[in-house]
Design a protein around this ligand. Structure first.
Ligand code: N01
Length: 541
């Protein structure tokens, strides 16, 4: 198909086969895959270049807490052979360099319109195409839309009065400036102690500044124990990529980390202790994989949480501070676990001060700092690491209108609904990658993205072969998938925490587990089963 100009509501429209939204790792792979299929594509990205979250999140200490080997594409052997990671857990500059390397290697940039936002996408039933309007006044008319907008791309500001009043420098973890701000010798307040906040705190805490940590809910964190990748590691990795990638597809995490089949209480108490000690020393997410039932057995979960609380007690010199840092009242791993490098040790430094906002709540932000119930904390810089309107936020940020004028916002009023987080009933020819009802943030984003894009490519190839113009999830298949998500989640302890996983971090957002908790391997099997039965769960026109 070739590009052509048509007229839509007065604006000249560009007719293409597919619009892809996002230049994160999902959107980049989609851009490559659908170009290779011969589709005429335009990819849109709000940021100035490729990288998605890694383009925006340039805060001090930003680093991935998944192993580099997992956090990379497996679809191209050339790419995995040509690229060499320097650390087991890569830092943001190296991940961004990887995104740029892939974009150069596959010549992806020529398809992108950077610095551009989608304002609306509307399905035109009579012409069976999407009319997509962007903030530069342009109109695209596309047979297919692929939304690779990312589960964590719409940051949220804290709901605290006075945020606009602060006269010092306000920085957001998720929108960190490209020019490094001068923080030397400053009085810095950090709001938020999730993965972003912790990385900032452990990094800035070691520099020349006075750091005030405003902690509401303490998070659990495990030692990362990062190290440089050796020449031998690289040789082994490059020789074994094929089997590693194949194993990832069979793994609930979509990654290489082993996952135990042993329930906690099936193991003698002294051996359990030994396993936890070993996993703690080994570092990374190993700890998560040593028992099979941590997310369904509260007593097992309590004992593992106690083990971690004991490590906090051992590490933090001031025992009153240690008590404040100990997470309580929710199961360990029911909020996304962080991996740190000396996070708790940071609080042994004289320039790092913990403000416990459960005991001493924030009242307001003033011109000169943060006022808590006990008094004023004077600050030069305020860093917001206060999280995201996750999973659905980026898609609901603009207007998506499906068949019969139905708004996505209405369809998702009580929470997101779709088949696999990929297709939606009522929204023909619109696809998502790492969408909200897939494993999204619970498994490796690369493995999911590759699975989703390949699945969509299969659907489109089937449509081309059978001469179909439009596809969506059948109502029955979507309902069955959503029922499975609900049933799996009802057994899990994940619903017992206040977290972005369940939408409870955003005021007014529908609450509940929107993600598939059955593991990446089961998710992949479900997608493959639909393809294997000739896509009968989908509805074609
Ligand atoms: O966000 P979060 P994040 N007053 O939602 C606090 C990925 N990620 O950006 O829990 C006071 O986890 C809030 O407190 P509370 C990863 O998947 C990965 O850190 O609501 N505090 C919480 O402490 C991660 O899970 C990497 O009580 C307020 C914090 O802000 C996800 O991104 C690195 C507040 C938000 O924590 C999100 O992590 C970074 C208020 N009014 C991120 N409002 C790696 O790979 C919010 N908070 C390492």
């Amino acid at each position: 198909m070739s590009r052509a100009e048509t007229a839509t509501a007065g604006a000249a429209a560009e007719r293409i086969d597919m619009v892809i939204v996002g230049a994160g790792f999902g959107g980049m792979y989609a851009t490559y895959k659908f170009r290779e299929m011969g589709l005429n594509i335009v990819s849109i990205e709000e940021g100035g270049d490729v990288g998605g979250v890694w383009y925006w999140n340039r805060y001090p200490g930003a680093r991935c807490d998944l192993l580099s080997v997992d956090y990379s594409y497996g679809f191209s052997d050339e790419i995995q052979q040509e690229w060499t990671w320097s650390e087991q857990f890569a830092a943001q500059p190296e991940i961004l360099a990887y995104a740029n390397f892939v974009a150069d290697r596959l010549d992806l940039r020529k398809h992108y319109r950077f610095g551009t936002r989608v304002d609306s996408a509307k399905w035109d039933e009579s012409r069976q195409l999407w009319v997509v309007r962007t903030n530069d006044g342009k109109v695209l008319e596309a047979t297919y839309c692929v939304m690779s907008t990312g589960p964590l791309s719409k940051p949220t500001d804290p709901d605290i009065p006075g945020l606009d009043r602060f006269k010092g420098l306000t920085l957001r973890a998720a929108r960190w400036p490209h020019e490094e701000p001068d923080l030397k010798g400053k009085r810095i307040g950090v709001l938020g102690t999730g993965s972003s906040g912790m990385q900032i705190i452990q990094t800035l805490g070691r520099t020349d500044c006075e750091l005030f940590v405003f902690q509401r809910t303490p998070s659990f964190t495990l030692p990362m124990r990062n190290r440089k990748v050796t020449e031998q590691d690289v040789a082994e990795l490059k020789a074994n990529y094929a089997s590693i990638r194949a194993a990832c597809k069979l793994n609930p995490t979509g990654g290489a980390r082993p996952v135990s089949t042993r329930p906690f209480f099936s193991i003698p108490a002294d051996h359990r202790q030994e396993l936890m000690e070993q996993a703690w020393q080994h570092g990374g997410h190993t700890f998560l994989g040593i028992f099979s039932d941590l997310m369904v057995n509260q007593s097992a979960n309590d004992q593992v949480a106690d083990f971690v609380r004991d490590r906090i007690h051992d590490t933090v010199d001031d025992k009153a501070t240690a008590e404040k840092l100990k997470p309580r009242g929710y199961p360990i791993f029911a909020r996304r676990p962080c991996l740190d490098t000396g996070y708790y040790e940071t609080y042994n430094r004289p320039n790092v001060h913990l403000v416990d906002c459960l005991e001493d709540p924030i009242v307001e932000i003033t011109e000169t700092g943060i006022r808590t119930r006990s008094g004023d904390h004077q600050l030069d810089v305020l860093i917001l690491a206060t999280g995201y309107d996750a999973l659905t936020g980026a898609l609901l940020a603009f207007e998506i209108t499906g068949r019969d004028g139905a708004a996505l916002r209405d369809k998702w009023r009580d929470g997101p609904r779709s088949l696999f987080g990929v297709l939606m009933q009522g929204f023909p020819n619109m696809f998502m990658t790492t969408g909200p009802n897939g494993p999204a943030a619970l498994a490796n984003i690369f493995t999911i993205s590759e699975n989703d894009v390949d699945f969509i490519a299969g659907v489109i190839a089937h449509m081309q072969k059978t001469g179909q113009g439009a596809v969506e999830a059948s109502a029955q298949a979507e309902d069955a998938w959503m029922a499975q998500i609900e049933q799996l989640a009802s057994r899990s302890l994940m619903l017992k925490a206040k977290t972005w996983w369940t939408g409870s971090n955003v005021k007014g957002k529908p609450q509940g587990m929107a993600m598939f908790t059955g593991g990446f391997h089961k998710y992949r099997e479900a997608c493959e089963a639909v393809a294997a039965n000739g896509y009968r769960d989908l509805s074609f026109q």
